[in-house]
Design a protein around this ligand. Structure first.
Ligand SMILES: C[S@@+](CC[C@H](N)C(=O)[O-])C[C@H]1O[C@@H](n2cnc3c(N)ncnc32)[C@H](O)[C@@H]1O
Length: 228
């Protein structure tokens, strides 16, 4: 990365009073909180993909809730547009299911962490991956949707009682709470992808009307909307 871009982003951290700085560890950038007890935030892409690969050698992919929600079936691997990259947890799972994935992220620091992690990654599944640092609204206005649109905003509602994990709290403190989530949902739905999948905390209200299909896990729920 250009050192000027790095300086700009660290200045952005300072300016936003993030109490965190970007640090170079093991060939990529991580976001390090000023609290030495916190783990640095970033993504070890090759490690995560290898971990999923190992897991799915023993577990049935077709029983995986997320795989079922996005429509993975025997011999079917849909193309997925992940509107909300974050720390790529879901995108890397989609890749390990065997799907082609396009992922978006609008927050400059998060996008920077993703780009830095990608430069440090070599896994063959990444040949099916494309990352674009942009806002979902801009992208959707200019591109046809893929078969499946996946959306996992930070949006909170009054029903959300459980405290998010510590790392997610720090993440939330600088990314914010995606207040435009309902508008993005409506925009994505208006483009009529085969499936629109919304990830929500299990007990929270939906982003809109009742979903056509719901997959409920212990902590997470996937609301699925089909287009005719
Ligand atoms: C809850 S996190 C996503 C977590 C991700 N699914 C994972 O597994 O790591 C939400 C992320 O989406 C990004 N985001 C929210 N709304 C967005 C939008 N309209 N366009 C692009 N990125 C968005 C936020 O900046 C944040 O990084």
């Amino acid at each position: 990365m250009e050192s000027s871009e790095f300086q700009q982003l660290n200045y952005f951290c300072l300016n936003q009073k993030l109490d965190a700085t970007l640090e170079w560890i093991d060939n990529q950038y991580w976001l390090h909180s000023d609290d030495p007890k916190e783990n640095p935030i970033g993504i070890k892409i090759d490690h995560e993909l290898a971990r999923h690969e190992e897991f799915f050698k023993h577990a049935s992919l077709l029983k995986e809730l997320l795989a079922r929600a996005v429509g993975v079936k025997s011999g079917i691997r849909p193309q997925i547009l992940d509107l909300t990259g974050g720390l790529l947890g879901d995108s890397l799972l989609f890749l390990s299911f065997g799907c082609e994935v396009v992922t978006l992220e609008r927050h400059p620091i998060v996008a920077f962490l993703i780009q830095s992690a990608l430069k440090n990654a070599h896994h063959c599944a990444l040949s099916r991956f494309k990352f674009i640092a942009t806002d979902a609204a801009t992208f959707l206005a200019q591109n046809p949707p893929l078969e499946v649109i996946f959306f996992d905003p930070m949006f909170e509602d009054a029903n959300e009682k459980a405290m998010p994990k510590k790392e997610m709290r720090i993440f939330r403190s600088f990314v914010g709470s995606d207040q435009d989530a309902k508008a993005i949902f409506q925009l994505a739905k208006s483009l009529k992808p085969k499936r629109l999948v919304i990830k929500r905390p299990r007990l929270s209200i939906g982003l809109s009307q009742k979903a056509d299909l719901v997959f409920e896990g212990k902590a997470t729920r996937y609301d699925v909307y089909f287009s005719p």
